[in-house]
Design a binder for this molecule. Structure first.
Ligand code: SF4
Length: 477
């Protein structure tokens, strides 16, 4: 076997952070301390400039400053991640691209991008509880994370307000939580609850316990998934925040005794995010019987090659994290530079299948814009490679509706990009795709809920985007 096929087993270890001058004095016990990681996370441009001074050019720092000013997401990045970035080549580094924007790389948004591309707000009977699939609900317990990803699909809520977006707040709030729990209890068809945010890493141990106990005590709830990006960005917490780890373990064990599954869902995007620290943290969770699954986002310049995805898949499998889903990037505003066309997903999924065991091979999905739920990338009704429009249906979730995905403008020809500048041409391209998909004009879910006829008036989304009031999450449903 060629040696490079075993590369996934070679994880960065030792005191790798000491090569960066700001962390040269930090010993192992301090670097593994989760509270030190949180306290020293970089949450503003001044601190970033201070930490990176001497490591990168002043042009890069100025570029990052202008990038942060234009970003929908606030800045937060852990010392752990900072240590894993190649600062000799920051523009190309796959971790830097995910967490630190630079103005020179930003691209003009496709006109169909919005702040809530999955219409989670439309499908929320209680603020912070999305009920879309018949037997599953998504509970957003909070709106903060240990780091902030540039491409967050919940940019409408997660993190602090930025210069471009006023966020809908989903703070920890017992009253809101009780409303969500009461709704779940009132719907016996709900068997599967995803607890997310924000990120459950930010919940206190007592809050993990309260949520877990309350949901496990519900007769019909059979499965709970706690969602956190934490293991990918701050695995130290699993190793040194023992009350948090014990609270999670206790809920997992309680679930097992009740014959209910409690799992952790995490979010690694690149093999460089997996170190010897991660391996130890995931190993300790495995010893405690915690099932861990991974959901990645396909990101341009980060993981949009088969080689990188294979490496990620094999490395995750090696540390006992099951690769579960790879999402095509949602149609969220402000990160057009990170989106890839559907074609990229179709190509990579073909090349991944067969590399390793099927249960360690992720499924590539489109989370159908407008609230159709996850669709296997192969199941489009029609895909126009020229205009970049793909048409999906979702019979079990939105029978009779269509959902359109739009490839990024940078993947289209100059002529087609020009057509997307013109609203009339946009309609021509969309209607052409719909007619070729042989789908009759649909009524959107919002139209049905409001008793409106097809083509009835649209109302703006609830998210205020300063300087841009054209965002309507229902435009293409
Ligand atoms: S950790 Fe998840 S919820 Fe938080 S910013 Fe990243 S993608 Fe969004």
């Amino acid at each position: 076997m060629p040696i490079d096929e075993l590369d996934h087993r070679t994880l960065i270890g030792g005191e790798f952070w000491k090569k960066l001058q700001p962390y040269a004095h930090v010993d192992e016990s301090l670097f593994l301390d989760h509270s030190w990681q949180a306290r020293n996370s970089i949450a503003n441009i001044e601190k970033l400039q201070a930490v990176l001074s001497g490591l990168v050019s002043s042009e890069f720092l100025d570029d990052a400053k202008r990038g942060v000013q234009r970003s929908s997401m606030s800045l937060r990045i852990s010392p752990y991640l900072i240590s894993l970035i190649d600062w000799d080549n920051p523009y190309a580094d796959p971790l830097r691209r995910q967490f630190i924007p630079v103005a020179s790389s930003l691209l003009r948004d496709h006109p169909k991008l919005t702040m809530d591309p999955l219409s989670e707000l439309v499908d929320s009977p209680v603020l912070g509880l999305t009920h879309r699939y018949a037997d599953k609900a998504l509970f957003l317990a909070l709106d903060s994370c240990p780091v902030y990803c540039r491409f967050c699909t919940r940019s409408y809520s997660v993190g602090n307000n930025t210069k471009t977006v006023d966020k809908i707040q989903l703070h920890v709030n017992p009253e809101r939580w009780n409303q969500a729990f009461s709704y779940i209890e009132s719907r016996p068809e709900l068997e599967d609850i995803v607890v997310s945010g924000g990120d459950v890493y930010q919940l206190k141990p007592a809050q993990i316990t309260a949520i877990g106990d309350r949901l496990l005590d519900m007769k019909y709830v059979r499965r709970i998934r706690f969602a956190t990006k934490g293991p990918a960005v701050m695995p130290q917490k699993v190793l040194t925040d023992l009350p948090w780890r014990d609270a999670l373990t206790r809920i997992v064990e309680k679930g097992r005794k009740l014959r209910k599954e409690v799992a952790l869902h995490t979010h690694f995007n690149h093999p460089n995010e997996i170190t010897a620290i991660t391996e130890e943290a995931m190993g300790q969770l495995m010893e405690r019987g915690v099932t861990i699954r991974n959901q990645s986002v396909l990101l341009r310049g980060v993981n949009d090659s088969s080689a990188t995805m294979i490496s990620l898949m094999k490395r995750l499998s090696y540390i006992n994290v099951r690769p579960y889903y790879i999402y095509l990037h949602d149609l969220v505003k402000g990160v057009e530079d990170l989106r890839t066309p559907l074609d990229t997903a179709l190509r990579i999924t073909k090349e991944l299948r067969g590399v390793t065991a099927g249960f360690n091979t992720p499924t590539f999905v489109v989370d159908a814009p407008g609230g159709g739920g996850k669709r296997d990338v192969h199941t489009f009704e029609f895909y126009d490679h020229d205009t970049g429009i793909s048409v999906f249906t979702s019979p079990a979730v939105t029978a009779g509706a269509h959902h359109l995905y739009f490839d990024p403008l940078h993947s289209l020809s100059p002529e087609v990009r020009q057509r997307w500048e013109n609203p009339k041409e946009q309609d021509v391209m969309i209607n052409d795709a719909l007619s070729k998909a042989r789908i009759s004009p649909p009524r959107s879910r919002a139209e049905k809920q409001r008793g409106l006829p097809p083509g009835g008036p649209m109302t703006p989304g609830d998210v205020l985007v300063r300087g841009d009031h054209s965002t309507d999450p229902e435009l293409w449903r």
